[in-house]
Ligand binder design. Structure first.
Ligand SMILES: *[C@@H]1O[C@H](CO)[C@@H](O)[C@H](O)[C@H]1NC(C)=O
Ligand SMILES: *[C@@H]1O[C@H](CO)[C@@H](O)[C@H](O)[C@H]1NC(C)=O
Ligand SMILES: *[C@@H]1O[C@H](CO)[C@@H](O)[C@H](O)[C@H]1NC(C)=O
Ligand SMILES: *[C@@H]1O[C@H](CO)[C@@H](O)[C@H](O)[C@H]1NC(C)=O
Ligand SMILES: *[C@@H]1O[C@H](CO)[C@@H](O)[C@H](O)[C@H]1NC(C)=O
Ligand SMILES: *[C@@H]1O[C@H](CO)[C@@H](O)[C@H](O)[C@H]1NC(C)=O
Ligand SMILES: *[C@@H]1O[C@H](CO)[C@@H](O)[C@H](O)[C@H]1NC(C)=O
Length: 327
């Protein structure tokens, strides 16, 4: 019994998070792509794996700690205690009991979000024992498709954005890979912008302002465009067009609320994150029924209700498209 416990110990001090490390006697068939942390104790080695976003297996050999992710991990031969070769697999926690028999399948899922060169993703993996060898399989579930930009919100939800920028200058002047934007020609009127969004990667609809982080993201882009293009006052198209009924009575309470507008994207719950130039009842002229972001020199980015068809009095330079992640 003692040897069993030593074999499959689940560490109490590691169970506070969402994962545990499960130790088994075993020897990886390749160390080639492992990350070598050098001469540290086995406990520190396991802790390092537990604390790392990437790691799913730790191994100690010749006084070197190796960490492996789902790509670098090789098959692992099951060994006997006298071989003194040990590995620890990262596993999801369901109950905090110690194993009293050796598990034959270990499950895990980890969320990758720190690698800025790709969108956050879930990695689901299983490590299973067959014919004295541990093999693993894995699957990815991306939050946002490639070619879109993931924006994290305060409640840990994620939005996937694509932005279209009017061709006034080539986008390679901006460090725009990171914002995921494409160049577009045409008028950028409401209908054209709406259709344009649907043609983008992942076909996100026009974007709404659901969280303060949406506004911050848009503001960053607007500022970048200002600094590179030299145009300091322009509109950006976002989701929201006044309903036909409310075009006659824009100032009623109902028409000033989100009910007064039609949204094509994720339904906008309220206007809490809309920083209005005046308010949502604004209708200077007939046809001024579409929500736009107003960049006005050094003033903070604000929302107004402007023409759905005309580029006036300012021009529309940007179109924001977004959708919730994993959809
Ligand atoms: C692992 O086991 C396989 C098959 O039993 C054997 O061919 C291989 O040499 C072993 N690898 C190591 C590193 O012992
Ligand atoms: C590893 O560290 C231990 C403890 O600090 C030390 O005794 C040992 O010589 C080191 N081994 C190597 C290969 O540096
Ligand atoms: C981990 O998650 C899987 C799938 O949800 C579940 O079947 C398994 O029992 C969980 N626990 C361990 C320790 O693998
Ligand atoms: C980050 O993601 C890129 C693209 O998928 C990949 O090539 C790179 O190896 C990743 N970096 C790390 C540290 O995992
Ligand atoms: C991907 O992850 C999300 C969020 O955890 C989940 O809602 C969705 O069902 C997952 N999709 C697949 C194919 O696993
Ligand atoms: C909107 O813009 C597109 C592209 O420039 C144009 O073809 C279309 O006629 C415009 N629609 C309106 C109503 O102005
Ligand atoms: C909305 O703004 C207009 C000025 O554009 C103002 O006259 C009106 O009183 C405001 N309505 C509310 C409810 O704030």
């Amino acid at each position: 019994m003692k040897s069993l416990l030593a074999l499959f110990l689940v560490f109490d001090f590691l169970t506070s998070g969402t994962h545990v490390m499960i130790e088994v006697w075993g020897k990886p068939n390749s160390l080639k792509n492992g990350k070598n942390l050098g001469n540290i104790t086995w406990n520190s080695c396991m802790m390092a794996c537990h604390g790392s976003e990437d790691c799913i297996m730790a191994h100690l050999r010749s006084q070197n700690c190796y960490l492996f992710n789902e790509v670098t991990m090789s098959t692992v031969n099951r060994t006997k205690p006298e071989n003194m070769a040990i590995v620890a697999f990262k596993s999801n926690v369901t109950n905090e009991k110690c194993f009293d028999v050796e598990p034959t399948t270990i499950w895990g899922y980890i969320f990758h979000y720190k690698n800025t060169s790709e969108n956050p993703k879930w990695i689901y993996y299983t490590i299973s024992l067959a014919r004295n060898q541990w093999n693993h399989m894995y699957m990815y579930n991306y939050s946002c498709p490639e070619g879109t930009w993931a924006v994290f919100r305060s409640d840990s939800s994620i939005a996937c954005y694509v932005v279209t920028i009017k061709i006034v200058f080539p986008i390679f002047f901006l460090n725009f890979q990171q914002f995921y934007s494409t160049n577009g020609a045409g008028d950028f009127n409401y209908t054209y912008s709406k259709t344009g969004c649907e043609k983008q990667t992942g076909s996100p609809p026009l974007a709404g302002l659901h969280y303060p982080e949406d506004m911050s993201y848009m503001d960053n882009l607007v500022e970048a465009v200002k600094s590179v293009s030299g145009i300091d006052s322009f509109y950006s198209r976002i989701d929201g067009i006044r309903t036909t009924a409310c075009q006659k009575t824009p100032t009623t309470e109902e028409c000033m609320s989100v009910k007064g507008f039609k949204f094509i994207g994720q339904p906008v719950k309220n206007f809490d994150h809309y920083n209005w130039v005046t308010n949502s009842s604004s209708r200077e002229k007939s046809g001024y029924d579409c929500l736009v972001l107003v960049a006005d020199k050094k003033k903070p980015l604000r929302v107004d209700v402007k023409s759905c068809t005309k580029n006036s009095p300012l021009t529309v330079q940007l179109v924001f498209c977004s959708k919730p992640a994993f959809t």
